[in-house]
Structures are given as structure tokens and as C-alpha cells.
Design a protein around this ligand. Structure first.
Ligand SMILES: Cc1ncc(COP(=O)(O)O)c(C=O)c1O
Length: 431
């Protein structure tokens, strides 16, 4: 991230911190989080293996005792400062939902938009609030003018909302969906790009892919993929469900036309509060899906034309802003380094403890992520999955129908390095 951007973020954090409006609806959690800001500001370097530092951060969460949450690719717990913002604003609304009391959301929503745009290297008029990645992807898929003769190029590891959703739309509009796979063993960026390069052509209108796959944890290079799309006259949709809050993202540098994400995953935000990024130059070509009250204002405000939803839970949008701020307090670079460190310790322990595990997550540095996926053969998968949760209290995406247990485990900043050892031991004992 550039120094200019970092300074800007610091400034908005500092000025916001002083304003009474910003503090409205926050309680002791907000003040406790200020200690995190001070601790992180005084720390040096990535702190990725400094357990005392991360123990203090873990205190900001209220995760049940003994529960090992390892499901960040699906859903994360929020830190106190975020969930208390949701609770405080819900209470405030139930005490007084007059137009007058709701007036503050104009400013709070603006501030949340500024936080998100600054955090991601975007402009505020390129951020439209939606509920999650499913809605954001469908905003793009349903909003483009495509027809017979046009092609959409997707990755076979895409999530259904960026995969089945394209096929569904193609049935109605008559365009073609082309799906490519990547090799299981990758060593260079070229290995990853090759199948896309081979499939893209002058009919391709959109290249749509998961920035990090929820299926294997493999990361695609967003900037190179975008350059490939643009060199062929296509637009680029980057599904950032697995990267917003996990990695440092600079959308203007990446250059993509659309970026989508969810609040309840790596950013540690509230459920059902997120955004769609639509690059300014792409807005003229993307129709809105929903038009309702407030349209006259929204249509004149860039990507706000994609966020019409009638009456909505505005406090949640502000809570998403606070989740971004929580990340900024700690430092996104540090968060990514910590997640990668925990994932690498987990991988080493799993491979040592369970030698017959087939690791699906790409091993080459730069292509893997905080998502670890492995297949464990020769086990009663349903029974093992039950034991892992019921007895050992490990929450991940763990299952399987017959004798192959599939485990997807995703650590985050609320996990300890000790847990990475326990998980491998407990899973070994359960299979
Ligand atoms: C890559 C990817 N895209 C989209 C989604 C859908 O996210 P949500 O359920 O928050 O809409 C997921 C969920 O796991 C995902 O992994």
C-alpha cells in the first residue's frame, strides 16, 4: 500500500475518532479497541509469531470457550467493537426510529463508504452497498447487456454465485459460458494464466473468477488476470469474497472493473452488509437490478445506483465501516502475515500427523492463501465429521459422504498457534 494511502487512512481514522457522531452508538468495546490501536501502533514489523500480541487481539472476541473457529472462508465472528455497534444501533432504532433520529445515517454511511474506499484503493463513488458477494456478483451478472455471440469466461473453481448464476443468465440472454480449469500443480504465474489465455478470444466480454478459490484455496493473480481481460477487450469481475480483509487490496492498481465481497468473512464484519465495487468507467454499461425510493439521488451518485434497497439496516453498514477500521488499527499487512503463518503451521502439522492426506491447496508460495483444504481417504467421513465438532469443538467446513473426509480449515487472527497443533491431533484422533 502506498504511503499516501496509509496517511489518508490514518487521517480519516484520527479525525473520525474525535467526532461525537463517530462515537455515537459505541460503548466500552470501542474504547477497548482503542487499546488495540495503541498496542499495534507501538509494535514493530509483522508480529506474525508474537503470541502475546495476538492474545491481546483475541480478547476482542467473545468466541465460546474451547470452540476452535476455523471457518473464515464461510463466516467469522466479529470483534466486540463491531457486534456492539450492531446491537447499539438496533436498540437505538427500537427506541426511536423517527426520520429525525435516522438522520445520522447519512453521515455514518458516508463515513463507512470512505473507510472501505480508502482501505481498498478505490474512490467513494465506486462503492455501492449490497448485502453479500452473492448479491454483488448477481448485480454484475444481471446488469450487463450480453447476448448471442458473446462469451463469458469463468474458472471451474468459482463459487455458484459466479458460476451457476452465469449459466442461469445465459439461458435467458443466449450468450455462451466457457469454463476453464487450472492445473493441480502450479509453479509459475504462467501455469495459472495459460488456460485462460488459451480460452479468451474476441467474443469474450467478461472474465469472471474468484480471487482466491473457496474450493481449494488457490489464489489467482488479480492484476495479471485483469490485464489479460483488458488486452482482449473484455471486462474483469474479481470475486473477492476470500480476499477482502485477508489481503492488502488496491483496486485501482489491480485495474479490475468489478470487485465483490462479503462482510461476514475475512473482514470480520456484520452479516448482510457488504459492497460491490464498480470502476467509474464501467458504470455506464452496468444497469442497476433494483430501483426504488431514493433513485433520483442514487442514480446521480456513481455506484450508489447499485445499492437501492428501500428501508435498510443502516447500522450494519456503519458496523462494516468499523470492521474496516479494526483491520486498519492492527494493519492489513500484519493480518495477512499472521493468517499465512497460522495456515503454514497448520499445513505442516496436518501433513505430519496424517501422512495419507491429499492437500488440495496449492503449495507454491504466492498461490496459496489462508484456506487449507485436504482430503483424508479411508475413513468413515460422516462419523469423523461429527466427532471433530461434537467432541473436539473444531468448526470448519468438514464433511464427506462416504470414506473420504474433506476438511477446509481457515485460521484468522482469533486463533492461536497452539490451536494449529491441537487441530491436527484432534482430527487424527477422529478418523
Ligand atoms: C468465492 C466466493 N464467492 C462468493 C461466496 C458467497 O458468499 P456469500 O454467501 O457471503 O454471498 C463465497 C462463499 O463462500 C465464496 O467463497
Amino acid at each position: 500500500m502506498s504511503n499516501t494511502r496509509r496517511n489518508f487512512l490514518k487521517q480519516i481514522g484520527a479525525s473520525a475518532g474525535m467526532s461525537a457522531l463517530y462515537m455515537s452508538g459505541t460503548s466500552t468495546a470501542g474504547l477497548a479497541a482503542q487499546d488495540v490501536r495503541a498496542m499495534a501502533a507501538g509494535a514493530q514489523g509483522s508480529m506474525h509469531d508474537n503470541e502475546a500480541f495476538w492474545d491481546r487481539i483475541r480478547n476482542e472476541f467473545i468466541i465460546e470457550d474451547k470452540l476452535i473457529m476455523m471457518n473464515a472462508a464461510n463466516m467469522t465472528p466479529s470483534p466486540k467493537v463491531v457486534h456492539e455497534t450492531v446491537i447499539d444501533h438496533t436498540r437505538d432504532m427500537d427506541m426511536n426510529c423517527s426520520f429525525q433520529n435516522r438522520g445520522k445515517y447519512g453521515d455514518l454511511t458516508t463515513k463507512a463508504r470512505e473507510f472501505i474506499a480508502g482501505f481498498l484503493g478505490a474512490d467513494t463513488d465506486e462503492i455501492g452497498f449490497v448485502r453479500n458477494t452473492s448479491e454483488a456478483n448477481n448485480t454484475v451478472i444481471n446488469g450487463l447487456d450480453l447476448g448471442a455471440g458473446d462469451e463469458v469466461l469463468i474458472w471451474d473453481q468459482n463459487h455458484p454465485c459466479n458460476n451457476i448464476a452465469w449459466h442461469q443468465r445465459a439461458e435467458r440472454l443466449g450468450f455462451t459460458v466457457v469454463t476453464v480449469s487450472t492445473d493441480e500443480t502450479l509453479n509459475t504465474i504462467d501455469d495459472l494464466l495459460r488456460p485462460f489465455k488459451e480460452a479468451i478470444n474476441s467474443n469474450t466480454k467478461i472474465l469472471a473468477f474468484s480471487h482466491v478459490s473457496n474450493v481449494t484455496g488457490t489464489a489467482l493473480p488479480g492484476k495479471e488476470m485483469t490485464q489479460l481481460a483488458h488486452a482482449n477487450g473484455a471486462k474483469c469481475l474479481v470475486d473477492g469474497a476470500q480476499t477482502f480483509g485477508y489481503m492488502d487490496i488496491d483496486l485501482h492498481d489491480m485495474g479490475c472493473d468489478f470487485y465483490t465481497s462479503s462482510g461476514q468473512k475475512w473482514i470480520l464484519g456484520p452479516r448482510e452488509a457488504s459492497f460491490v465495487y464498480v470502476k467509474r468507467e464501467a458504470q455506464a454499461e452496468l444497469w442497476p437490478n433494483i430501483v426504488t425510493v431514493g433513485w433520483a439521488r442514487n442514480k446521480a451518485n456513481g455506484a450508489q445506483k447499485y445499492e437501492s434497497l428501500g428501508q435498510r439496516d443502516d447500522g450494519r453498514l456503519w458496523a462494516l465501516g468499523r470492521a474496516v477500521e479494526f483491520h486498519q488499527m492492527i494493519g492489513q499487512d500484519r493480518i495477512e502475515a499472521r493468517i499465512n503463518y497460522l495456515a503454514s503451521v497448520l499445513r505442516a502439522n496436518m501433513v505430519t500427523n496424517i501422512p495419507n492426506i491429499k492437500v488440495l491447496t496449492e503449495q507454491a508460495e504466492g498461490f496459496n492463501s489462508g484456506i487449507f483444504v485436504g482430503l483424508i481417504p479411508n475413513t468413515d467421513a460422516p462419523r469423523a465429521a461429527r466427532t471433530i465438532y461434537d467432541q473436539h469443538r473444531i468448526s470448519g467446513a468438514i464433511g464427506g459422504r462416504e470414506d473420504v473426509l474433506r476438511v477446509r480449515l481457515c485460521p484468522h487472527i482469533y486463533n492461536s498457534v497452539e490451536q494449529m497443533g491441537q487441530i491436527a491431533d484432534y482430527i487424527k484422533a477422529s478418523i
